[in-house]
Write a protein that binds this ligand. Structure first.
Ligand code: DAH
Length: 336
């Protein structure tokens, strides 16, 4: 047979068969017939190439390759087309329930802080904010914490290698605040009494992490300054706050203690029966602190408190390990 006719015949019938194939099985049959490696029409065509004279063989071989590639491409295109699922309106069952939209939730600590602001707001305390990166003045000095106090030990704090070192400028060490008491100073620097604020946020300490300790946790700081602010008011505010959040069966105890920025100072514990749990510190603002912000301790007095937010939240929800809060495990978080 004339090789040109053989090529034309092969190509035309292959392309027609490919176009006519309507299923994966049919296109597979076409593939075997026209492109099969062992036998079939391609093998026959190869035999035709073998029969032409030696001088024509290079040109005919090239033609063979072209025709084979063209048929292969057409076959692959049809295979792809047959694999695609058919779009059809009847394929949608509109009576099926829709995909539920997954709604996020607030983190249990964020919820607790909202509750705290809500409750303490009823006593007239408004929310103030302060930076988490602090200088030593606001974290220690203005709070009457002397240079040699153990709380200022670099090993007890997260000091930062800040830009002021790098620039060779005046060295103003900065640290991640170790307490929210810093916000007391920042507020009093800007405002005159009467003051009634709370500040909620993160604090950082390089504690060894275990079920009750974390190197980052949250506090709520409270501050009230005015002409006749008393310890009795402090105790009332804390007692009412705790019973509103945790229930009437909680008992609050004030234990004498010491903080450089309060005098007298108390440690606040709470209990439901027998065990006592420490929840924070409080006291009457030390005159040195009032003087540091330019207030006259003869004219105004004030109280302050700092509460651990995780402790309250753990107690309320019977959470036994503080680390659960920070692991982002949805099995835990979705319970709140
Ligand atoms: N800042 C203290 C701490 O982190 C807690 C504290 C104690 C805050 C007494 C106060 C206070 O405002 O008056 O341990």
């Amino acid at each position: 047979m004339d090789h040109a006719i053989a090529f034309q015949d092969y190509e035309a019938s292959a392309l027609a068969a490919i176009a006519a194939a309507k299923s994966a099985a049919e296109i597979e049959e076409v593939r075997i017939e026209f492109l099969g490696k062992k036998k079939g029409r391609l093998k026959d065509l190869q035999a035709v190439v073998g029969q032409v004279s030696a001088d024509l063989r290079p040109a005919v071989g090239k033609l063979f390759n072209e025709v084979r590639d063209k048929v292969t491409a057409a076959l692959e295109a049809q295979q792809a087309l047959l694999r695609k699922p058919k779009k059809s309106l009847t394929a949608i069952d509109i009576s099926l329930p829709g995909q539920p939209v997954l709604l996020g939730k607030r983190h249990p600590l964020a919820q607790t802080m909202e509750d705290f602001k809500d409750i303490i707001g009823r006593f007239g305390f408004i929310v103030a904010d302060g930076p988490e990166i602090e200088d030593e003045y606001h974290n220690f000095k203005a709070l009457n914490i002397p240079e040699d106090h153990p709380a200022r030990d670099p090993l007890e704090n997260f000091y930062l290698a800040t830009a002021s070192y790098a620039a060779g400028g005046p060295v103003t060490p900065r640290l991640l605040r170790s307490q929210t008491s810093t916000v007391q100073i920042r507020v009093m620097e800007k405002q005159q009494p009467p003051i009634r604020i709370v500040s909620l946020g993160r604090v950082y300490r390089p504690d060894t992490i275990d079920a009750t300790h974390s190197c980052m946790f949250h506090q709520m700081e409270g501050l009230m300054v005015g002409e006749h602010v008393t310890m009795a008011q402090l105790k009332t505010v804390l007692r009412l706050f705790a019973t509103t959040y945790l229930g009437q069966d909680v008992t609050i105890r004030f234990r004498p203690s010491f903080f450089p920025f309060t005098e007298p100072s108390v440690e606040v514990d709470m209990s439901w029966g027998k065990d006592w749990l420490e929840i924070g510190g409080a006291g009457m603002i030390d005159p040195n602190v009032l003087r540091a912000v330019g207030y006259d301790p003869e004219k105004v007095s004030g109280f302050a408190f700092g509460l651990g937010i995780e402790r309250f939240c753990m107690r309320r929800h019977q959470i036994r390990d503080i680390r659960r809060f920070y692991e982002n495990d949805l099995r835990f978080l979705s319970q709140f």
